[in-house]
Design a protein around this ligand. Sequence first.
Ligand SMILES: CC(C)(COP(=O)(O)OP(=O)(O)OC[C@H]1O[C@@H](n2cnc3c(N)ncnc32)[C@H](O)[C@@H]1OP(=O)(O)O)[C@@H](O)C(=O)NCCC(=O)NCCS
Length: 143
Amino acid sequence: MNDDQTAAGPAENLGEPAIKVLMMPRDTNVHGTIFGGVLLSHIDQAGAVHARRMGLDRVVTVAMDAVEFKLPVFVGDTVSFYGETARIGRTSITVLIDVWARRFTPERERVHVTTAEIVFVHVDEDRKPIGIVRGSAASSEFD
Ligand SMILES: CC(C)(COP(=O)(O)OP(=O)(O)OC[C@H]1O[C@@H](n2cnc3c(N)ncnc32)[C@H](O)[C@@H]1OP(=O)(O)O)[C@@H](O)C(=O)NCCC(=O)NCCS
């Protein structure tokens, strides 16, 4: 069983994570757990990787929904960020990022940390919004 596999539970059907990160001592807050801002940064990166997988080479983050961290993340945990397309608009793509931590314990249990929703806008070289072509690689997974 590799690090993305789990014996049971909803995580098993999530496919390949957009990114996976080992949490380091530099990522901690004053209480010794992982700083929420570090996880938000990884959520943003995972969303951008997902958008690129969908064929959108240049996107910027326009909005992120309120994020609720249900459980703490610890140094040594391996955290997987899974992307899923929730909506494709005229110029924007809404991505759900599901965050799961694999504990660095003998049991290696897997816990759900949060699900975040991010809206990216597809932009040109001048950072102006441009349309997402329906039927392109960008929207085929959604269609
Ligand atoms: C993203 C940006 C290019 C949008 O420019 P804009 O002139 O507001 O563009 P529009 O009003 O045409 O909106 C573009 C799309 O974004 C969506 N959008 C805009 N603001 C939004 C918000 N607060 N929440 C969700 N979607 C939003 C619009 O609904 C539209 O989607 P659609 O075309 O699929 O219907 C501009 O706001 C920007 O450059 N922001 C900074 C981005 C950035 O640097 N992010 C990194 C953090 S510093």
